[in-house]
Write a protein that binds this ligand. Sequence first.
Ligand code: PLP
Length: 455
Amino acid sequence: MPDTTLPNSWDARARAHSFFGFTDLPSIEARGTVVVTHGEGPYVIDTEGRRYLDANSGLWNMIAGFDDLDLIRAAQDQYAKFPGYHAFFGRMADTTVELSEKLAAVAPFDGAKTFYTNSGSEANDTMVKMLWFLHGAEGRPQRRKILTRLNAYHGVTAVSASMTGKPYNSVFGLPLPGFVHLTCPHYWREGGEGESEAQFTARLAAELEEVIAREGADTIAGFFAEPVQGAGGVIPPSEGYFDAILPILRAHDIPVIADEVITGFGRTGEMWGCQTYGFTPDAIIASKALTAGYFPMGAVILGPELGDRLQRATDAIEEFPHGFTASGHPVGCAVALKAIELVEGGLLDNVRRLTPAFEAGLARLAEHEHIGEWRGKGLMGALEAVKDKATKTPWDGDLSVSERIANTCTDHGLICRPLGQSIVLCPPFITTDDQMDEMFDKLGSALDEVFAGLS
Ligand SMILES: *Cc1c(COP(=O)(O)O)cnc(C)c1O
Protein backbone atom coordinates (compact mmCIF):
# COMPACT_ATOMS: atom_id res chain seq x y z
CA MET A 1 0.00 0.00 0.00
CA PRO A 2 1.28 3.50 -0.73
CA ASP A 3 1.61 5.89 2.18
CA THR A 4 -1.69 7.67 1.77
CA THR A 5 -0.88 10.11 4.52
CA LEU A 6 1.66 11.95 2.37
CA PRO A 7 0.05 15.30 1.62
CA ASN A 8 1.12 15.33 -2.02
CA SER A 9 0.37 11.67 -2.78
CA TRP A 10 -2.01 11.00 -5.67
CA ASP A 11 -4.43 9.62 -3.10
CA ALA A 12 -4.38 12.79 -1.03
CA ARG A 13 -4.67 14.94 -4.13
CA ALA A 14 -7.57 12.87 -5.44
CA ARG A 15 -9.45 13.35 -2.21
CA ALA A 16 -8.62 17.01 -1.71
CA HIS A 17 -10.41 18.41 -4.73
CA SER A 18 -12.48 15.67 -6.36
CA PHE A 19 -15.96 14.78 -5.20
CA PHE A 20 -16.54 11.04 -5.41
CA GLY A 21 -19.84 9.53 -6.54
CA PHE A 22 -20.92 5.90 -6.12
CA THR A 23 -17.97 5.36 -3.77
CA ASP A 24 -18.00 3.76 -0.33
CA LEU A 25 -16.21 6.47 1.66
CA PRO A 26 -15.21 4.27 4.65
CA SER A 27 -13.48 1.97 2.14
CA ILE A 28 -11.37 4.75 0.66
CA GLU A 29 -10.71 6.08 4.17
CA ALA A 30 -9.33 2.65 5.09
CA ARG A 31 -7.70 1.67 1.82
CA GLY A 32 -7.00 4.83 -0.14
CA THR A 33 -8.09 5.60 -3.66
CA VAL A 34 -6.69 4.07 -6.85
CA VAL A 35 -5.51 6.68 -9.32
CA VAL A 36 -5.11 5.13 -12.74
CA THR A 37 -2.74 6.45 -15.39
CA HIS A 38 -3.14 4.20 -18.43
CA GLY A 39 -4.15 0.80 -19.71
CA GLU A 40 -2.78 -2.15 -21.67
CA GLY A 41 -5.37 -4.42 -23.26
CA PRO A 42 -7.78 -5.36 -20.46
CA TYR A 43 -5.37 -4.13 -17.72
CA VAL A 44 -5.18 -0.72 -16.06
CA ILE A 45 -2.09 0.58 -14.29
CA ASP A 46 -2.09 2.96 -11.33
CA THR A 47 0.23 5.72 -10.13
CA GLU A 48 2.04 3.20 -7.92
CA GLY A 49 2.76 1.01 -10.94
CA ARG A 50 0.32 -1.71 -9.89
CA ARG A 51 -1.48 -3.61 -12.67
CA TYR A 52 -5.09 -4.69 -12.46
CA LEU A 53 -7.01 -6.96 -14.78
CA ASP A 54 -10.22 -4.97 -15.16
CA ALA A 55 -12.90 -7.65 -15.20
CA ASN A 56 -15.56 -4.95 -15.44
CA SER A 57 -14.41 -3.33 -18.71
CA GLY A 58 -14.20 -0.02 -16.81
CA LEU A 59 -17.93 0.45 -16.27
CA TRP A 60 -19.20 -2.20 -18.72
CA ASN A 61 -18.12 -0.02 -21.61
CA MET A 62 -14.43 -0.56 -22.56
CA ILE A 63 -15.18 -3.61 -24.67
CA ALA A 64 -12.03 -3.23 -26.78
CA GLY A 65 -9.72 -2.74 -23.79
CA PHE A 66 -7.79 0.37 -22.88
CA ASP A 67 -5.32 0.90 -25.72
CA ASP A 68 -7.05 0.08 -28.98
CA LEU A 69 -5.13 1.92 -31.71
CA ASP A 70 -7.97 1.80 -34.25
CA LEU A 71 -10.28 3.65 -31.88
CA ILE A 72 -7.57 6.10 -30.87
CA ARG A 73 -6.76 6.83 -34.52
CA ALA A 74 -10.42 7.24 -35.40
CA ALA A 75 -10.63 9.97 -32.75
CA GLN A 76 -7.31 11.54 -33.78
CA ASP A 77 -8.29 11.63 -37.45
CA GLN A 78 -11.66 13.17 -36.70
CA TYR A 79 -10.08 15.76 -34.39
CA ALA A 80 -7.72 16.69 -37.21
CA LYS A 81 -10.58 16.88 -39.74
CA PHE A 82 -13.34 18.60 -37.72
CA PRO A 83 -13.02 18.59 -33.92
CA GLY A 84 -16.52 19.46 -32.82
CA TYR A 85 -19.98 20.49 -33.91
CA HIS A 86 -23.61 20.39 -32.82
CA ALA A 87 -26.79 19.02 -34.38
CA PHE A 88 -29.15 22.01 -34.04
CA PHE A 89 -30.79 24.29 -36.64
CA GLY A 90 -30.68 21.73 -39.44
CA ARG A 91 -26.90 21.49 -39.32
CA MET A 92 -25.03 18.29 -38.51
CA ALA A 93 -21.56 16.89 -39.17
CA ASP A 94 -21.13 14.44 -42.05
CA THR A 95 -19.77 11.86 -39.59
CA THR A 96 -23.00 12.13 -37.59
CA VAL A 97 -25.03 11.37 -40.71
CA GLU A 98 -22.82 8.34 -41.31
CA LEU A 99 -23.23 6.99 -37.79
CA SER A 100 -27.02 7.29 -38.01
CA GLU A 101 -26.90 5.29 -41.25
CA LYS A 102 -24.71 2.68 -39.60
CA LEU A 103 -27.01 2.42 -36.57
CA ALA A 104 -29.98 2.01 -38.93
CA ALA A 105 -28.10 -0.84 -40.62
CA VAL A 106 -27.34 -2.69 -37.36
CA ALA A 107 -30.59 -1.89 -35.49
CA PRO A 108 -32.95 -4.82 -34.93
CA PHE A 109 -35.66 -3.01 -36.94
CA ASP A 110 -35.75 -1.33 -40.37
CA GLY A 111 -35.94 2.42 -40.80
CA ALA A 112 -34.33 3.45 -37.51
CA LYS A 113 -33.77 7.11 -36.69
CA THR A 114 -31.27 8.16 -34.03
CA PHE A 115 -31.17 11.09 -31.62
CA TYR A 116 -27.84 11.64 -29.81
CA THR A 117 -27.07 12.48 -26.19
CA ASN A 118 -23.89 12.47 -24.06
CA SER A 119 -24.84 9.60 -21.78
CA GLY A 120 -27.23 6.75 -21.15
CA SER A 121 -29.09 8.75 -18.49
CA GLU A 122 -29.75 11.56 -20.92
CA ALA A 123 -30.88 9.07 -23.56
CA ASN A 124 -33.49 7.62 -21.17
CA ASP A 125 -34.49 11.12 -20.12
CA THR A 126 -34.85 12.09 -23.78
CA MET A 127 -36.95 9.01 -24.53
CA VAL A 128 -39.33 9.85 -21.68
CA LYS A 129 -39.70 13.41 -23.00
CA MET A 130 -40.30 12.01 -26.48
CA LEU A 131 -43.09 9.79 -25.13
CA TRP A 132 -44.66 12.62 -23.14
CA PHE A 133 -44.50 14.85 -26.20
CA LEU A 134 -45.87 12.14 -28.48
CA HIS A 135 -48.83 11.21 -26.31
CA GLY A 136 -49.65 14.90 -25.79
CA ALA A 137 -49.50 15.58 -29.52
CA GLU A 138 -51.70 12.55 -30.25
CA GLY A 139 -54.40 13.81 -27.89
CA ARG A 140 -53.63 11.58 -24.88
CA PRO A 141 -51.79 14.01 -22.59
CA GLN A 142 -52.69 11.94 -19.52
CA ARG A 143 -50.39 9.12 -20.72
CA ARG A 144 -47.40 10.12 -18.58
CA LYS A 145 -46.60 7.26 -16.19
CA ILE A 146 -43.47 5.21 -16.79
CA LEU A 147 -43.27 1.51 -15.95
CA THR A 148 -39.92 -0.06 -15.04
CA ARG A 149 -38.81 -2.86 -12.72
CA LEU A 150 -37.35 -2.95 -9.22
CA ASN A 151 -33.57 -3.27 -9.31
CA ALA A 152 -33.51 -1.69 -12.78
CA TYR A 153 -30.78 0.82 -13.51
CA HIS A 154 -31.60 3.51 -16.03
CA GLY A 155 -29.30 6.33 -14.89
CA VAL A 156 -28.99 9.24 -12.51
CA THR A 157 -30.72 12.32 -13.93
CA ALA A 158 -33.93 13.17 -12.06
CA VAL A 159 -36.06 11.24 -14.55
CA SER A 160 -33.72 8.30 -15.21
CA ALA A 161 -33.06 7.97 -11.45
CA SER A 162 -36.84 7.83 -10.97
CA MET A 163 -36.95 4.99 -13.49
CA THR A 164 -34.14 3.22 -11.62
CA GLY A 165 -35.55 0.80 -9.07
CA LYS A 166 -32.95 1.20 -6.32
CA PRO A 167 -33.64 2.28 -2.73
CA TYR A 168 -30.66 4.67 -2.61
CA ASN A 169 -32.55 7.24 -4.68
CA SER A 170 -34.73 8.03 -1.65
CA VAL A 171 -31.92 10.29 -0.38
CA PHE A 172 -32.89 12.62 -3.24
CA GLY A 173 -36.61 12.38 -2.55
CA LEU A 174 -36.94 10.25 -5.70
CA PRO A 175 -38.64 8.64 -7.55
CA LEU A 176 -40.78 11.49 -8.84
CA PRO A 177 -44.51 10.73 -8.86
CA GLY A 178 -45.70 8.64 -11.79
CA PHE A 179 -42.79 6.19 -11.94
CA VAL A 180 -44.10 2.70 -11.21
CA HIS A 181 -41.81 -0.25 -10.44
CA LEU A 182 -42.76 -3.86 -11.14
CA THR A 183 -41.23 -6.97 -9.56
CA CYS A 184 -37.67 -7.80 -10.60
CA PRO A 185 -37.75 -10.97 -12.77
CA HIS A 186 -35.11 -12.78 -10.71
CA TYR A 187 -36.48 -16.27 -10.18
CA TRP A 188 -33.77 -17.52 -7.77
CA ARG A 189 -34.35 -14.62 -5.35
CA GLU A 190 -37.98 -13.63 -5.99
CA GLY A 191 -39.53 -17.02 -6.76
CA GLY A 192 -41.91 -18.28 -4.05
CA GLU A 193 -41.66 -21.47 -2.04
CA GLY A 194 -42.46 -24.35 -4.40
CA GLU A 195 -43.13 -21.98 -7.30
CA SER A 196 -41.77 -23.20 -10.65
CA GLU A 197 -39.96 -20.78 -12.96
CA ALA A 198 -42.90 -20.91 -15.38
CA GLN A 199 -45.30 -20.09 -12.54
CA PHE A 200 -43.07 -17.23 -11.45
CA THR A 201 -43.05 -15.77 -14.97
CA ALA A 202 -46.83 -16.14 -15.16
CA ARG A 203 -47.15 -14.37 -11.80
CA LEU A 204 -45.12 -11.40 -13.09
CA ALA A 205 -47.28 -11.23 -16.22
CA ALA A 206 -50.38 -11.23 -14.02
CA GLU A 207 -48.85 -8.50 -11.88
CA LEU A 208 -48.29 -6.39 -14.99
CA GLU A 209 -51.96 -6.84 -15.97
CA GLU A 210 -53.01 -5.79 -12.47
CA VAL A 211 -50.75 -2.75 -12.41
CA ILE A 212 -52.04 -1.62 -15.80
CA ALA A 213 -55.62 -2.08 -14.60
CA ARG A 214 -54.91 -0.27 -11.32
CA GLU A 215 -53.07 2.69 -12.88
CA GLY A 216 -55.20 2.79 -16.03
CA ALA A 217 -53.67 1.91 -19.39
CA ASP A 218 -54.56 5.40 -20.64
CA THR A 219 -52.22 6.93 -18.02
CA ILE A 220 -49.12 4.93 -19.02
CA ALA A 221 -46.58 6.48 -21.39
CA GLY A 222 -44.20 3.55 -21.80
CA PHE A 223 -42.43 0.51 -20.40
CA PHE A 224 -38.62 0.41 -20.17
CA ALA A 225 -36.53 -2.70 -19.55
CA GLU A 226 -32.94 -3.78 -19.71
CA PRO A 227 -32.88 -7.16 -21.52
CA VAL A 228 -30.51 -8.29 -18.73
CA GLN A 229 -30.56 -6.07 -15.65
CA GLY A 230 -26.97 -4.91 -15.30
CA ALA A 231 -26.29 -2.70 -12.30
CA GLY A 232 -29.07 -4.55 -10.48
CA GLY A 233 -26.58 -7.43 -10.22
CA VAL A 234 -26.62 -9.05 -13.69
CA ILE A 235 -30.11 -10.49 -13.68
CA PRO A 236 -31.25 -12.30 -16.80
CA PRO A 237 -35.05 -12.46 -16.93
CA SER A 238 -36.84 -15.60 -15.87
CA GLU A 239 -37.61 -18.14 -18.60
CA GLY A 240 -40.24 -16.82 -21.01
CA TYR A 241 -40.46 -13.41 -19.30
CA PHE A 242 -40.46 -11.14 -22.35
CA ASP A 243 -42.72 -13.53 -24.30
CA ALA A 244 -45.21 -13.32 -21.43
CA ILE A 245 -45.23 -9.57 -20.84
CA LEU A 246 -44.88 -8.12 -24.33
CA PRO A 247 -48.33 -9.16 -25.60
CA ILE A 248 -49.88 -7.48 -22.55
CA LEU A 249 -48.03 -4.22 -23.18
CA ARG A 250 -48.90 -4.37 -26.91
CA ALA A 251 -52.57 -5.02 -26.14
CA HIS A 252 -52.64 -1.78 -24.15
CA ASP A 253 -50.68 0.25 -26.74
CA ILE A 254 -47.83 0.80 -24.29
CA PRO A 255 -44.54 1.49 -26.11
CA VAL A 256 -41.75 -0.92 -25.18
CA ILE A 257 -38.28 0.57 -24.85
CA ALA A 258 -35.21 -1.66 -24.51
CA ASP A 259 -32.51 -0.01 -22.41
CA GLU A 260 -29.54 -1.62 -24.14
CA VAL A 261 -26.92 0.65 -22.58
CA ILE A 262 -25.03 -2.45 -21.36
CA THR A 263 -26.44 -5.19 -23.57
CA GLY A 264 -26.09 -3.32 -26.90
CA PHE A 265 -23.19 -4.08 -29.26
CA GLY A 266 -22.57 -7.68 -28.39
CA ARG A 267 -22.40 -8.14 -24.63
CA THR A 268 -24.98 -10.94 -24.53
CA GLY A 269 -23.67 -12.75 -27.63
CA GLU A 270 -25.97 -11.04 -30.15
CA MET A 271 -25.67 -7.48 -31.39
CA TRP A 272 -28.64 -6.55 -29.16
CA GLY A 273 -29.95 -8.07 -25.97
CA CYS A 274 -33.49 -7.99 -27.37
CA GLN A 275 -32.28 -10.35 -30.12
CA THR A 276 -30.92 -12.70 -27.45
CA TYR A 277 -34.43 -12.76 -25.95
CA GLY A 278 -36.30 -12.78 -29.27
CA PHE A 279 -38.27 -9.54 -29.13
CA THR A 280 -38.37 -6.30 -31.08
CA PRO A 281 -38.79 -3.14 -29.01
CA ASP A 282 -40.21 0.17 -30.26
CA ALA A 283 -36.95 1.96 -29.50
CA ILE A 284 -33.50 1.25 -28.12
CA ILE A 285 -31.45 3.24 -25.62
CA ALA A 286 -27.70 2.89 -26.26
CA SER A 287 -24.50 4.24 -24.72
CA LYS A 288 -21.46 2.61 -23.00
CA ALA A 289 -20.17 0.16 -25.66
CA LEU A 290 -21.50 2.43 -28.43
CA THR A 291 -18.09 4.14 -28.39
CA ALA A 292 -16.31 1.30 -26.57
CA GLY A 293 -15.96 3.89 -23.78
CA TYR A 294 -13.58 6.07 -25.83
CA PHE A 295 -16.00 9.02 -25.96
CA PRO A 296 -19.05 9.96 -23.87
CA MET A 297 -22.11 9.39 -26.02
CA GLY A 298 -25.64 8.06 -25.78
CA ALA A 299 -28.35 7.45 -28.35
CA VAL A 300 -32.08 7.00 -28.66
CA ILE A 301 -32.60 4.69 -31.63
CA LEU A 302 -36.24 4.93 -32.69
CA GLY A 303 -37.95 2.07 -34.44
CA PRO A 304 -40.01 2.80 -37.57
CA GLU A 305 -43.45 3.11 -36.00
CA LEU A 306 -42.47 5.27 -33.05
CA GLY A 307 -40.12 7.25 -35.30
CA ASP A 308 -42.91 8.00 -37.79
CA ARG A 309 -45.35 9.00 -35.09
CA LEU A 310 -42.79 11.31 -33.49
CA GLN A 311 -41.98 12.79 -36.86
CA ARG A 312 -45.66 13.54 -37.50
CA ALA A 313 -46.08 15.04 -34.05
CA THR A 314 -43.00 17.20 -34.61
CA ASP A 315 -44.11 18.26 -38.09
CA ALA A 316 -47.30 19.59 -36.54
CA ILE A 317 -45.41 22.03 -34.29
CA GLU A 318 -42.48 22.42 -36.72
CA GLU A 319 -39.75 21.69 -34.15
CA PHE A 320 -38.83 19.16 -31.44
CA PRO A 321 -37.57 21.52 -28.73
CA HIS A 322 -34.83 19.34 -27.22
CA GLY A 323 -31.11 18.72 -27.75
CA PHE A 324 -27.71 18.83 -26.06
CA THR A 325 -24.87 21.11 -27.13
CA ALA A 326 -22.68 18.12 -27.92
CA SER A 327 -25.45 15.88 -29.39
CA GLY A 328 -23.97 13.96 -32.31
CA HIS A 329 -20.43 15.19 -31.62
CA PRO A 330 -18.39 14.26 -34.71
CA VAL A 331 -15.49 12.79 -32.71
CA GLY A 332 -17.89 10.57 -30.76
CA CYS A 333 -19.55 9.55 -34.03
CA ALA A 334 -16.20 8.69 -35.65
CA VAL A 335 -15.27 6.60 -32.61
CA ALA A 336 -18.67 4.88 -32.58
CA LEU A 337 -18.39 4.03 -36.30
CA LYS A 338 -15.05 2.39 -35.57
CA ALA A 339 -16.35 0.63 -32.46
CA ILE A 340 -19.25 -0.91 -34.40
CA GLU A 341 -16.82 -1.95 -37.13
CA LEU A 342 -14.71 -3.71 -34.49
CA VAL A 343 -17.76 -5.43 -32.99
CA GLU A 344 -18.84 -6.67 -36.43
CA GLY A 345 -15.28 -7.48 -37.44
CA GLY A 346 -14.47 -9.88 -34.62
CA LEU A 347 -15.42 -8.67 -31.14
CA LEU A 348 -18.89 -10.20 -31.32
CA ASP A 349 -17.34 -13.49 -32.41
CA ASN A 350 -14.99 -13.22 -29.43
CA VAL A 351 -17.94 -12.87 -27.06
CA ARG A 352 -19.44 -16.06 -28.49
CA ARG A 353 -16.13 -17.88 -28.38
CA LEU A 354 -15.37 -16.83 -24.79
CA THR A 355 -18.85 -17.42 -23.36
CA PRO A 356 -18.51 -21.18 -22.66
CA ALA A 357 -15.27 -20.66 -20.70
CA PHE A 358 -16.80 -17.69 -18.89
CA GLU A 359 -19.87 -19.69 -17.89
CA ALA A 360 -17.73 -22.66 -16.89
CA GLY A 361 -15.60 -20.39 -14.67
CA LEU A 362 -18.68 -18.95 -12.99
CA ALA A 363 -20.20 -22.40 -12.53
CA ARG A 364 -16.96 -23.71 -11.01
CA LEU A 365 -16.80 -20.89 -8.45
CA ALA A 366 -20.50 -21.35 -7.71
CA GLU A 367 -19.63 -24.75 -6.24
CA HIS A 368 -18.26 -22.84 -3.26
CA GLU A 369 -20.39 -23.44 -0.18
CA HIS A 370 -20.95 -19.69 0.20
CA ILE A 371 -21.96 -18.95 -3.39
CA GLY A 372 -25.71 -19.30 -3.75
CA GLU A 373 -26.10 -18.72 -7.47
CA TRP A 374 -24.17 -17.91 -10.61
CA ARG A 375 -26.03 -16.18 -13.40
CA GLY A 376 -25.23 -14.43 -16.61
CA LYS A 377 -25.63 -14.09 -20.36
CA GLY A 378 -22.79 -13.82 -22.84
CA LEU A 379 -19.92 -11.96 -21.18
CA MET A 380 -21.85 -10.52 -18.25
CA GLY A 381 -22.11 -12.60 -15.12
CA ALA A 382 -22.43 -12.56 -11.35
CA LEU A 383 -21.84 -14.76 -8.33
CA GLU A 384 -24.10 -14.18 -5.35
CA ALA A 385 -22.64 -14.78 -1.91
CA VAL A 386 -24.83 -16.39 0.75
CA LYS A 387 -24.28 -17.34 4.34
CA ASP A 388 -26.31 -20.51 3.92
CA LYS A 389 -26.60 -22.05 0.49
CA ALA A 390 -29.63 -24.25 1.19
CA THR A 391 -31.78 -21.48 2.62
CA LYS A 392 -30.25 -18.68 0.43
CA THR A 393 -29.75 -16.71 3.64
CA PRO A 394 -27.67 -13.61 2.92
CA TRP A 395 -24.74 -12.49 5.02
CA ASP A 396 -25.27 -9.83 7.64
CA GLY A 397 -25.09 -6.55 5.70
CA ASP A 398 -22.61 -5.10 8.21
CA LEU A 399 -20.04 -7.67 7.09
CA SER A 400 -19.93 -6.04 3.62
CA VAL A 401 -19.07 -9.44 2.15
CA SER A 402 -19.02 -8.48 -1.52
CA GLU A 403 -16.95 -5.36 -0.77
CA ARG A 404 -14.44 -7.55 1.10
CA ILE A 405 -14.23 -9.92 -1.84
CA ALA A 406 -13.78 -7.07 -4.32
CA ASN A 407 -11.15 -5.41 -2.10
CA THR A 408 -9.25 -8.69 -1.77
CA CYS A 409 -9.37 -9.05 -5.55
CA THR A 410 -8.01 -5.51 -5.93
CA ASP A 411 -5.13 -6.43 -3.62
CA HIS A 412 -4.37 -9.33 -5.97
CA GLY A 413 -4.58 -7.22 -9.14
CA LEU A 414 -8.14 -7.95 -10.23
CA ILE A 415 -10.89 -5.35 -10.48
CA CYS A 416 -14.40 -6.70 -10.08
CA ARG A 417 -17.49 -5.04 -8.74
CA PRO A 418 -19.50 -5.70 -5.60
CA LEU A 419 -23.24 -5.23 -6.14
CA GLY A 420 -25.47 -6.08 -3.22
CA GLN A 421 -24.03 -9.42 -2.08
CA SER A 422 -22.96 -10.30 -5.61
CA ILE A 423 -19.70 -9.97 -7.46
CA VAL A 424 -20.14 -8.82 -11.03
CA LEU A 425 -17.86 -9.70 -13.93
CA CYS A 426 -18.10 -8.26 -17.46
CA PRO A 427 -14.70 -8.58 -19.08
CA PRO A 428 -13.68 -6.75 -22.25
CA PHE A 429 -14.38 -8.62 -25.49
CA ILE A 430 -10.62 -8.75 -26.24
CA THR A 431 -9.92 -10.89 -23.15
CA THR A 432 -7.71 -13.89 -23.96
CA ASP A 433 -8.16 -17.42 -22.62
CA ASP A 434 -5.18 -16.91 -20.30
CA GLN A 435 -6.61 -13.66 -18.98
CA MET A 436 -9.94 -15.43 -18.42
CA ASP A 437 -8.09 -18.05 -16.34
CA GLU A 438 -6.28 -15.31 -14.42
CA MET A 439 -9.62 -13.66 -13.64
CA PHE A 440 -11.23 -16.81 -12.23
CA ASP A 441 -8.06 -17.91 -10.38
CA LYS A 442 -7.78 -14.56 -8.62
CA LEU A 443 -11.47 -14.38 -7.84
CA GLY A 444 -11.43 -17.98 -6.57
CA SER A 445 -8.55 -17.26 -4.17
CA ALA A 446 -10.29 -14.11 -2.96
CA LEU A 447 -13.47 -16.08 -2.24
CA ASP A 448 -11.50 -18.70 -0.27
CA GLU A 449 -9.64 -16.02 1.65
CA VAL A 450 -12.68 -13.94 2.57
CA PHE A 451 -15.01 -16.84 3.45
CA ALA A 452 -12.27 -18.53 5.51
CA GLY A 453 -12.05 -15.35 7.54
CA LEU A 454 -15.80 -15.26 8.14
CA SER A 455 -16.58 -18.83 9.18
C1 PLP B 1 -25.02 2.90 -17.21
C2 PLP B 1 -26.45 2.75 -17.57
C3 PLP B 1 -27.26 3.87 -17.81
C4 PLP B 1 -26.79 5.26 -17.57
O1 PLP B 1 -25.77 5.64 -18.44
P1 PLP B 1 -24.82 6.87 -18.03
O2 PLP B 1 -23.98 7.05 -19.26
O3 PLP B 1 -24.05 6.48 -16.83
O4 PLP B 1 -25.70 8.04 -17.78
C5 PLP B 1 -28.56 3.65 -18.23
N1 PLP B 1 -29.03 2.42 -18.41
C6 PLP B 1 -28.30 1.33 -18.18
C7 PLP B 1 -28.88 -0.03 -18.43
C8 PLP B 1 -26.98 1.46 -17.73
O5 PLP B 1 -26.26 0.38 -17.45
